[in-house]
Design a binder for this molecule. Structure first.
Ligand code: GLU
Length: 478
């Protein structure tokens, strides 16, 4: 190194660089590559809201990357880091993500440049409703054209306000509820949407661990049980991923990195306890049952089996990539590894499960919610009892056979209880999500393993996604 600072590409450039890497290995018709890469449109709005006796001006964006399928889909984030470059990069990722997990949407993303912690609930409601009004009147919120969802800094509450605002503006639209996903269940949402992205990270890792050849690439073996995990960001996604991996798969969450520092415990942290502490105290400072590290980001470099960046983009970059020790990184956030870091890590042999796959659980369950809203019926409502009575028939018959033949078998109570229970909405959502995550992984895996020139999962993911977007353009005659 000559000491000159190495320039990191912007998030938008990072996404394009990764896209370019993949299309260089593809044989797309002339011009199509450009058509897919470019962002179709970005709408910028500046609007005023009267708060605390004066008018405050806010800047928001809704970017539409690709309309090869409609509606277009993607979250709305509230953060001071929001800008056009970021929203466009995130919209592009949504296009590829939706194609990879086969949700029938184009890609979009929105953002409001605001720190939501600076406003109380009433103020946030007024700001959100005004932003929603600005977008809805331009069909940038619309059940058949553009369907937002939660993202960083937003959640069920904001989605309920947006849905209500849209319904007020479209009083005769019977499908109004499908204008946004991630709503509370009592306002047209679906069971399992809040946990969906974290749950998807768990299913993604479970599927990765079903492929011994892929595990070997990362120098890992065995199961998730006992694996050391570090999670950066214990927000909705990081919390659910850490919770399910530790409680259900036996993984040991040895580190948690938050805004105000990090926690380390080689024996494994109690995620529920840490999360409660953060909710009550606003950060990890003062948490008594672990070692606290002031400069939290250094924990990204701590030895572990699996690193889960689940917060901001660009946290793994050229300034720290060569010191990352985890052999496996799963990108629960969007864009946590920059293109520069990606190259360093690939050369080191680090396996990266890419964002467009790893965090696709959210949009997958959003798809189920949108379908539920359009069909106006809860999943499982028609079948559940019928399924239970058919299972009851088998159990009765088995018990009769055992009695009549005198073999004296008895079905264990646990089996009976589990087998007899018909699937409700939550079970169906989880089953649909698991199936989606397995299917998408297998598509990436097949690309990775069948071609010598595809040497990493991200490139494989891009190729699968771009092939599908290209096929849909071809079908339209473009
Ligand atoms: N904001 C989430 C994402 O980045 C969810 C998007 C959605 O459900 O439409 O994937």
């Amino acid at each position: 190194m000559d000491g000159a600072p190495v320039k990191e590409p912007s998030f938008r450039e990072s996404v394009d660089l990764m896209f370019n890497r993949a299309v260089a290995l593809m044989d797309l018709p002339p011009g199509l590559e450009d058509k897919i890469r470019v962002c179709n449109s970005t709408y910028t709005v500046r609007f005023g809201v009267k708060l605390r006796g004066q008018i405050h001006t806010f800047t928001g964006y809704r970017s539409v990357h690709s309309e090869h399928m409609e509606p277009v889909k993607g979250g709305i984030r509230y953060s001071l880091g929001v800008n056009q470059d970021e929203v466009e990069a995130l919209a592009a990722l949504m296009t590829y993500k939706c194609a990879l997990v086969e949700t029938p949407f184009g890609g979009s993303k929105g953002g409001l440049c605001i720190d939501p912690r600076e406003y109380d609930e009433d103020e946030l409601e007024r700001i959100t409703r005004r932003f929603a009004y600005e977008l809805a009147k331009r069909d940038l919120i619309n059940p058949s054209q553009n369907v937002p969802a939660p993202d960083m800094g937003t959640g069920e509450r904001e989605m309920a306000w947006i849905a209500d605002q849209y319904a007020r503006m479209n009083t005769t639209d019977i499908n109004a509820r499908a204008c946004v996903t991630g709503k509370p269940v009592n306002a047209g949402g679906i069971q399992g949407r809040v946990e969906a992205t974290g749950r998807g990270v768990q299913y993604a890792l479970q599927e990765f661990f079903r492929h011994p050849d892929d595990l070997a690439e990362a120098g890992l073996s065995g199961t998730l049980d006992g694996k050391k995990v570090i999670v950066q960001g214990l927000g909705n996604v990081g919390y659910h991923a850490a919770k399910f991996l530790s409680e259900e798969d036996g993984a040991r969450i040895i580190g948690v990195i938050e805004r105000d520092g990090a926690l380390l415990d080689e024996d494994g942290l109690n995620i529920e306890e840490v999360r409660n502490w953060i909710v009550q105290h606003g950060g990890v400072t003062g948490y008594p049952n672990a070692q606290r590290i002031e400069a939290g980001a250094v924990l990204l470099e701590h030895p572990c089996d699996i690193l889960i960046p689940a917060a901001l983009e660009g946290v793994i970059n050229i300034s720290n990539a060569d010191r990352i020790k985890a052999p496996l990184i799963i990108e629960a956030a969007n864009g946590p590894v920059t293109a520069g870091a990606d190259e360093v890590l690939r050369k080191k042999g680090t396996v990266i499960i890419p964002d467009m796959y790893a965090n696709a659980g959210g949009v997958t369950v959003s798809y189920f919610e949108w379908v539920k809203n359009l069909s106006h019926i809860r999943f499982g409502r028609m079948q559940r009892r019928q399924e239970e009575s058919r299972h009851q028939l088998i159990v009765d018959e088995l018990e009769r056979l055992s009695r009549d033949t005198g073999v004296g078998w008895t079905l264990s109570p646990g089996f009976k209880e589990q087998y007899l229970r018909g699937a409700g909405e939550l079970e169906l959502v989880r089953s649909g999500l698991d199936d989606t995550m397995r299917g998408a992984y297998q598509a990436m895996h097949a690309k990775w393993r069948s071609r010598d020139d595809v040497t990493d999962l991200r490139t494989a993911a891009y190729i699968v996604a771009i092939e599908r977007v290209a096929a849909s353009y071809r079908a339209k005659g473009l």
